[in-house]
Design a protein around this ligand. Structure first.
Ligand SMILES: Cc1cc2nc3c(=O)[nH]c(=O)nc-3n(C[C@H](O)[C@H](O)[C@H](O)COP(=O)(O)OP(=O)(O)OC[C@H]3O[C@@H](n4cnc5c(N)ncnc54)[C@H](O)[C@@H]3O)c2cc1C
Length: 397
C-alpha cells in the first residue's frame, strides 16, 4: 500500500472511531473556559460525558497523539496526528484534555528528561492524572527571566529550595510544578539556573491566588520555604536549566498562539448571524460588522495555514528557531480581536457579569481574560524585539 492509501485508511478508521466514541455532549462548542477539562488528582468533571471522553482518548494515547506509546502516547506520525486533528475538527469533537504537562513539560522531558523521569511523569500527564503548573516568573524576573532569584541549595542527595514565584497559573489546583531555581549564585546569570520538578504537596510550598480583571483568580503567588527536592527530580544538568527553560518556552508560545482555535470552535460569522440575523441575501445583517468579521476570518484562515506550514517546516527540521515568537504574537492579537468582535455583536447582554443565562458572564470574562494573552508566555513587545532581531535581522535592534 502507498503512503496515501495508508493515510486514507487511517482517516476512515479514525472518523469511524470518533463517531462511535465521542459523546454527543462533547461535540458541542464549549460555552466558556469552565468547560475545559484539566484533569489532575482532584479533577472535577463537568459531566459524565467529559470523564468518559477523556478516558477513551487516553486509552488510545490520543490525548498526546505523537508521543511514543511507552510514555502513554498514541505513537502517531505527524501526518496521522494531522488527520486526527482534522477529523476531530470536522466532527466538532472537543479536546479531551488541556494540560501544561502536554503543551510544555512533556516535550521538554522527551528532549532533556532521563528515562526514569519520562516513565514516571509522561503516562500520568497523558491520562490526565497529574496536573502541572509552571514556576518561572518572579516579582523581579518576568521578561528578564534569567534574573530569577529562587535559590536551591545543594545538600548532597537533595536540594533545599527557598524563594517566591508569581503569576503561577493554577498553582492552587496543580499537583506538581516544573520550576526554575538558581543552584549557583556565583555563576553567570544564565548558567547558574536549574530545572527541577516537585510535588505541590511538599512541606513548605504554599500559594495565594491573585484576582484578575475578569473577576477570576486563575493564578497565584507561590512561596517556597525550605522545600526539599530530591536530586532525581533535576531535569538535565545542574546549571543547565536555561536550555530546558528556553526549549519549553517555544512550546508554550506555540500553544498560546493557537489559543483562539482551541476555545471557540464555532466560526465567528456564524455566531454573529445567529445573534443579529441575516439580510435578504443571507448575509449578516450589519455591513460594517460583516466587513470586520470577514477580515478577521480571512486573517484567521491565513494564520491556520501558517501554523500548518510551521508544522511542516518543523517536521523537516527547517523551522526558524525564533518563529514561535511570531506565532505567539499573532495568535495573541487574533484572539484579542476575536473577543472584541464577540463583544461587538453580543450587545449589552454580552456585558452581563452573573446569572445562568450568561453562563456567569462567560462572554465578558473571556473578553477581559484575553487582554492577558499579549503578556503571558512573554510579552508582545519582547516578541516583536525577537522577530526584529532574529527573524528580520534588522540592524540596531
Ligand atoms: C494570564 C497570565 C498567566 C501567566 N502564567 C504564568 C505561569 O503559569 N508561570 C509563570 O512563571 N509565569 C506566568 N505568567 C507571567 C508572564 O510570563 C510574565 O507576566 C511575562 O513574562 C512578563 O513579565 P512581567 O509581568 O514581569 O513584566 P515585565 O517584564 O516587567 O514587563 C513590563 C512591561 O515592559 C515591557 N518590556 C520589558 N522588557 C522589554 C524590552 N526589552 N523591550 C521592550 N519592552 C519591554 C513589557 O513588554 C511589558 O509591557 C503569566 C502571566 C499572565 C498575564
Amino acid at each position: 500500500m502507498s503512503d496515501t492509501d495508508t493515510l486514507d485508511t487511517f482517516r476512515a478508521e479514525t472518523r469511524a472511531w470518533l463517531e462511535q466514541n465521542c459523546p454527543s455532549e462533547m461535540r458541542r462548542p464549549m460555552s466558556s473556559e469552565d468547560d475545559v477539562c484539566w484533569g489532575g488528582r482532584h479533577a472535577k468533571f463537568t459531566s459524565e460525558a467529559q470523564r468518559i471522553w477523556l478516558r477513551r482518548m487516553a486509552e488510545r494515547g490520543w490525548t498526546v497523539p505523537t508521543w511514543p506509546r511507552e510514555y502513554g502516547g498514541g505513537g502517531l506520525t505527524l501526518d496521522e496526528a494531522k488527520v486526527l486533528a482534522q477529523q476531530m475538527r470536522a466532527l466538532n469533537c472537543r479536546s479531551p484534555l488541556a494540560s501544561f504537562g502536554i503543551w510544555m513539560l512533556g516535550p521538554a522531558l522527551l528532549k532533556f528528561g532521563s528515562e526514569a523521569q519520562k516513565r514516571q511523569h509522561m503516562p500520568k500527564i497523558a491520562r490526565g492524572e497529574i496536573r502541572w503548573c509552571q514556576g518561572y516568573s518572579e516579582p523581579n524576573a518576568g521578561s528578564d527571566l534569567a534574573a530569577l532569584a529562587t535559590r536551591a541549595e545543594d545538600r548532597g542527595d537533595h536540594f533545599i529550595v527557598n524563594g517566591q514565584k508569581i503569576w503561577t497559573s493554577y498553582a492552587d489546583k496543580a499537583d506538581w510544578i516544573f520550576c526554575l531555581v538558581r543552584t549557583d549564585s556565583a555563576a553567570k546569570k544564565h548558567t547558574g539556573i536549574s530545572f527541577v520538578l516537585f510535588d505541590m504537596a511538599t512541606k513548605g510550598v504554599s500559594t495565594k491566588p491573585i484576582a484578575l480583571i475578569s473577576g477570576k483568580s486563575p493564578f497565584c503567588e507561590t512561596f517556597f520555604v525550605n522545600v526539599r527536592v530530591e536530586k532525581h527530580n533535576l531535569v538535565g544538568t545542574a546549571g543547565g536549566g536555561w536550555d530546558v527553560a528556553k526549549y519549553l518556552l517555544t512550546h508554550e508560545r506555540e500553544m498560546i498562539g493557537g489559543i483562539g482555535d482551541r476555545v471557540a470552535a464555532k466560526p465567528l460569522g456564524r455566531q454573529a448571524a445567529d445573534k443579529l440575523g441575516v439580510d435578504a441575501q443571507g448575509r449578516l445583517d450589519d455591513p460594517m460588522l460583516r466587513a470586520r468579521i470577514a477580515e478577521f476570518e480571512v486573517d484567521e484562515a491565513a494564520f491556520r495555514l501558517l501554523m500548518e506550514r510551521f508544522g511542516e517546516l518543523a517536521k523537516a527540521r527547517q523551522a526558524h528557531g525564533a518563529f514561535s515568537s511570531a506565532l505567539k504574537y499573532y495568535g495573541a492579537e487574533l484572539n484579542k480581536r476575536r473577543q472584541e468582535l464577540t463583544m461587538s455583536f453580543g450587545g449589552s447582554a454580552a456585558l452581563e457579569w452573573e446569572g445562568a443565562a450568561s453562563h456567569d458572564g462567560a462572554t465578558a470574562r473571556t473578553w477581559l481574560r484575553s487582554k492577558a494573552n499579549s503578556i503571558e508566555g512573554g510579552t508582545s513587545e519582547v516578541r516583536l524585539n525577537v522577530i526584529a532581531k532574529r527573524i528580520l535581522e534588522l540592524p540596531g535592534v
